[in-house]
Design a binder for this molecule. Structure first.
Ligand SMILES: [Zn+2]
Length: 150
């Protein structure tokens, strides 16, 4: 019977078991805590090596890895743990002209204290953009959409 290696997560134990090949992938009770331990695949060992101070997967195909994601070149500059190919900046959705002027109207109204949230609290101008996006504000005098408020 071949010898397989197993890893017990609760006690971080690694142990070897002689098992028939067809049972190799089944969990084995840990000899220390008797919890099910899963097999360690031989390929999970030394999956990464460090070259040029950067983790690379073995076998090395010239690609680099950033936090487990394959990238074509190492991260240069920027903030640690960020890679241009991994942390793609998501462009903010552009507001339409109508939306911008509507927002400005709302902010001017808020400056006069004419904008309230769903609870009738006055909304300050700098809160307008965020709350408008969330649909939580309305101008004073606007009909409420909640029928329960009559
Ligand atoms: Zn254990």
């Amino acid at each position: 019977m071949p010898l397989y290696e197993y890893y017990c997560e609760p006690c971080h134990g690694i142990f070897e078991e002689l098992r028939p090949m067809r049972e190799a992938t089944e969990p084995v009770p840990c000899p220390d805590c008797f919890k099910d331990a899963t097999r360690i695949m031989p390929t999970s060992f030394a999956a990464f090596t460090f070259r040029e101070g950067y983790p690379r997967r073995i076998p090395d195909d010239g690609k680099y890895y950033h936090l487990g994601t394959k990238v074509s070149k190492p991260a240069t500059g920027g903030r640690p743990n960020e890679h241009p190919e991994v942390n793609k900046p998501t462009p903010k959705p552009r507001k339409l002209k109508g939306e911008i002027s509507e927002l400005r109207d709302m902010q001017q109204a808020a400056a006069k204290g004419d904008v309230v949230d769903n609870y009738g609290n006055t909304v300050r101008p700098r809160e307008v953009a965020k709350m408008k996006d969330e649909g939580r504000i309305l101008k004073k005098g606007t009909a409420r959409s909640d029928p329960s408020l009559g």
